[in-house]
Design a binder for this molecule. Structure first.
Ligand code: UTP
Length: 287
């Protein structure tokens, strides 16, 4: 079955970016000249997703403005003959159809995904976390969808994490099935290093069957504190297979200032328009 919809949970408070996130959603912080969020919406569009459902919250209305058509600005750029900028501005509103649902209280990632249940309906869908920007060709979601088509079950993205860093991830207990693909035997959220069942940590791309919503509803009843998506996956696993893919590509965690800086520098160096001059600047700075 074709996966047509992707949910992007973006209702978090972004406390690691305070004070800027008092007024600006962290998803709109720029990497060179584009909002971080645009990179993941582009990844969704490239994977053939037709509709992106953003889970948003009070104070984050600018997210919808960013992806909306701005007729006045377009007219101005057209009148000036600034066709490059006009194309860039148009692109943000033409990537894919966008929908917005609100998460009234920040009760966790699992709760945010559950807020999209009505708009997703009873079809498989993708979840993309905007904090994880993945440079890959083909895109990470495209790679996951290929595994989903092969096995017809939910697929989650994992990457190898060395040393104590694994303690801040959801970790899978993997049974290898083919190159880079594992059947998930279980998941553990933020294990102690000695208890981690593998070095494969879950990162922000998922393709899920709609039964995840029933699983999340079940978690909700017993949940203390935040409702985690990983807890929903553990319940889903009792009824359905879940696969994991060690995707090819480089992931940047732009959910914290250091990660955003790293991603900004690498992207500025990689781009044709900024790369040469920026590299020259860095060389001089470090000399
Ligand atoms: P994080 O754990 O990074 O939380 O959420 P956060 O609020 O975004 O950032 P910090 O930790 O305070 O700095 C992971 C993802 O889940 C979404 C976030 O928007 C982010 O994409 N999320 C989290 C929600 O949509 N709702 C929630 O209640 C919690």
């Amino acid at each position: 079955m074709k996966v047509r919809k992707a949910v992007i949970p973006a209702a978090g408070m972004g406390t690691r970016f305070l004070p800027v996130t008092k007024a600006v959603p962290k998803e709109l912080l720029p990497l060179v000249d584009r909002a971080a969020m645009q990179y993941v919406v582009e990844e969704a569009a490239a994977a053939g997703i037709e509709e992106v459902i953003v889970v948003t919250a009070r104070g984050k209305e600018a997210l919808a403005d960013y992806f909306d058509k701005h007729a006045e600005l377009e007219s101005l750029l057209a009148a000036r003959g600034d066709n490059d900028r006009l194309a860039q501005v148009r692109r943000t509103s033409e990537l894919v159809q966008m929908e917005y649902v609100r998460q009234p209280e920040q009760l966790g990632l699992g709760h945010a995904v559950a807020c999209a249940a009505r708009v997703v309906g009873s079809e498989p869908f993708a979840v993309i976390l905007p904090d994880d920007i993945i440079a890959a060709e083909p895109g990470a979601l495209t790679q996951l969808l290929e595994v989903f088509e092969r096995y017809g079950s939910s697929v989650i993205a994992v990457e190898e994490v060395d040393g104590p860093a694994i303690q801040s991830y959801g970790v899978i207990d993997p049974e290898p099935v083919s190159d880079g693909v594992y059947r998930v035997r279980g998941t553990v959220e933020k294990p102690a290093l000695a208890d981690a069942p593998s070095n494969l940590g879950i990162v922000g791309r998922y393709v899920l069957t709609p039964q995840i919503f029933d699983a999340l509803a079940e978690v909700k009843e017993g949940a203390i504190g935040e409702l985690q998506l990983t807890d929903g996956l553990a319940i889903l696993l009792k009824d359905q297979d879940i696969y994991a893919l060690r995707f090819q590509g480089t992931r940047y965690d732009v959910g914290n200032p250091m990660g955003l800086l790293r991603a900004s520098v690498e992207m500025a160096l990689r781009r044709e328009d900024t790369g040469p001059a920026f590299e020259e600047f860095l060389r001089r700075l470090l000399a």
